[in-house]
Design a binder for this molecule. Structure first.
Ligand SMILES: *[C@@H]1O[C@H](CO)[C@@H](O)[C@H](O)[C@H]1NC(C)=O
Ligand SMILES: *[C@@H]1O[C@H](CO)[C@@H](O)[C@H](O)[C@H]1NC(C)=O
Ligand SMILES: *[C@@H]1O[C@H](CO)[C@@H](O)[C@H](O)[C@H]1NC(C)=O
Ligand SMILES: *[C@@H]1O[C@H](CO)[C@@H](O)[C@H](O)[C@H]1NC(C)=O
Ligand SMILES: *[C@@H]1O[C@H](CO)[C@@H](O)[C@H](O)[C@H]1NC(C)=O
Ligand SMILES: *[C@@H]1O[C@H](CO)[C@@H](O)[C@H](O)[C@H]1NC(C)=O
Ligand SMILES: *[C@@H]1O[C@H](CO)[C@@H](O)[C@H](O)[C@H]1NC(C)=O
Length: 427
């Protein structure tokens, strides 16, 4: 009873402060409904044409102040929403229930540059859940021909949904589609759960990562389906304790740690587990990529039970990563790569089964391959042989026809002396 009247008071205060009145909003009789904030009650049209950004923000403001509130975007409606920021802190256990469709504007060509970073910006939230049967549609086609338009518009393409400095966040069930850039990004965040989410953009769409993690720890991605034109999951510096399980990546560029150490920067990634993942029709399977000249470490990474199908290079470590137009020089520094386990990686490749291109200055150590059985997707074609350079570790169990052999036996001890001391710590 107390909660109920308080939420009513808070809501009334918000109404006085200019929030449109909430018709169809039940106070009194039902405890639960008093915590449901339906965007339709805040003046939304829901026709996919009228701009419903204000209605959504009013509903957000009202729901944000109430304990265990639900902000409802109902099914059977489409809501056109411009770039918006959903800012916390909010009262605990807020649920954003998306059952309808949220549509990006047809064009952001004349809007401020800040709109090019992300479309739906969630910041400073904790104990917050997004769930529902709805779809978030980034309508990426407006960006399709952007590169050929000269320098009229910024080349940056917005992320659909980005979380910044947020903790205990759960994203479930929703679909995130047609992103101009990354689909779902977590930045400086912690305790993240992504479950049963569907992400889809075409294979041809450039730089459309599925899920992008940066400076984010304690992440679980489960039971999700991710298809896009770039990395399925991209793990950047500052990430630790990341688990990806029971997920499908198709199509895309596979699961990727890096590129790390660009511009001689410090990079730290550790304790990553990728388990029971299917990777299909992808350029790469499981990849670690670092730039020459970086410092820091990538360590304790496990890829377990990965089923690949029609994947260009299923297993790759590339310490010479370089995606600039001019070639990158070799440097004496390099992000070190150690303790990388590949257990039960099976299926078909379309280019080369394995590539380990490690640095001269800091070779990869502690590579452990067990039961890696990769066969060409079409036996009649020509394929590249496994490639190893400065890569140390062991291979055992079933290795099929691979017989990689190119891994050098050895352990870390040999290379400790090569590691230069820097004034950095990756904790
Ligand atoms: C959170 O909501 C509860 C009731 O729902 C209210 O009593 C409390 O004051 C709210 N806290 C904040 C910080 O708004
Ligand atoms: C989040 O929820 C947990 C567990 O219910 C609670 O301990 C914590 O204080 C909450 N955090 C915030 C910021 O409300
Ligand atoms: C992009 O270019 C193609 C081919 O020129 C054209 O058919 C298409 O309509 C353009 N798309 C947009 C959104 O301008
Ligand atoms: C996150 O959840 C955990 C466990 O429920 C809780 O201990 C912690 O305080 C929460 N953190 C925040 C920032 O709410
Ligand atoms: C996944 O989400 C769909 C709706 O998008 C739902 O029908 C299904 O039950 C969910 N599955 C699990 C395992 O949660
Ligand atoms: C390695 O990472 C896993 C998580 O993937 C973690 O459970 C384990 O404790 C880590 N091992 C070390 C030595 O940190
Ligand atoms: C960098 O080093 C690698 C391995 O020694 C070598 O194959 C490559 O040609 C070098 N690249 C340049 C630009 O010197």
């Amino acid at each position: 009873m107390i909660k109920q009247s308080l939420s009513f008071i808070i809501f009334s205060l918000l109404s006085l402060a200019g929030t449109p009145n909430a018709t169809g909003f039940h106070h009194g009789s039902n405890h639960k409904s008093s915590r449901i904030f339906n965007i339709m009650s805040f003046g939304a049209a829901g026709n996919g044409v009228k701009d419903d950004s204000q209605a959504l923000l009013f509903a957000w403001k009202a729901a944000c102040s109430v304990h265990k509130a639900t902000l409802l975007v109902p099914s059977q409606y489409q809501f056109l929403v411009n770039p918006v920021t959903f800012q916390g802190p909010c009262n605990s256990s807020l649920i954003f229930q998306i059952d309808g469709i949220i549509l990006a504007p047809q064009s952001i060509a004349n809007s401020p540059k800040s709109n090019y970073f992300q479309w739906l910006n969630f910041k400073w939230l904790s104990n917050f859940t997004i769930q529902g049967t709805g779809t978030i549609n980034g309508r990426s086609s407006q960006f399709q021909n952007q590169t050929s338009k000269g320098d009229q518009s910024p080349t940056m393409k917005p992320t659909i949904m980005r979380f910044y400095k947020s903790y205990n966040i759960s994203v479930r069930e929703i679909q995130i589609v047609n992103s101009p850039g990354c689909h779902l990004k977590f930045d400086n965040s912690r305790w993240i759960k992504v479950k049963n989410v569907t992400i889809f953009s075409s294979q041809e769409s450039l730089n459309t990562d599925g899920i992008h993690l940066q400076n984010t720890r304690d992440v679980e991605i489960r039971k999700s389906s991710i298809g896009c034109g770039d990395d399925c999951v991209s793990i950047q510096t500052g990430c630790s304790n990341i688990q990806i399980r029971n997920t499908i990546c198709n199509p895309g560029h596979g699961i990727s740690i890096g590129g790390l150490g660009r511009g001689n920067s410090l990079a730290c990634v550790s304790n990553v587990l990728v388990n029971n993942v299917k990777i299909q029709n992808s350029l790469y399977g499981v990849r670690i990529k670092t730039w020459q000249g970086g410092i820091g470490t990538v360590k304790n990474i496990t890829f377990n039970n990965i089923k690949v199908s029609n994947v260009g290079t299923p297993i790759i470590i590339d310490q010479y990563y370089c995606d600039t137009s001019s070639p990158c020089d070799n440097k004496t520094d390099s992000v070190s790569v150690s303790s990388i386990k590949y257990h039960s990686i099976t299926g078909t490749y379309s280019y080369r089964p394995i590539k380990f291109a490690c640095s001269d200055s800091s070779p990869c150590t502690g590579l452990a391959l067990r039961d890696v059985e990769l066969v060409p997707s079409d036996w009649s074609k020509y394929y590249e042989k496994p490639f190893c350079w400065k890569s140390y570790g062991e291979m055992w169990g079933l290795v099929g026809k691979l017989n990689v052999g190119c891994l050098e036996r050895g352990n870390n001890r040999l290379f400790k002396v090569l590691n230069k001391s820097h004034n950095y710590t990756c904790s």
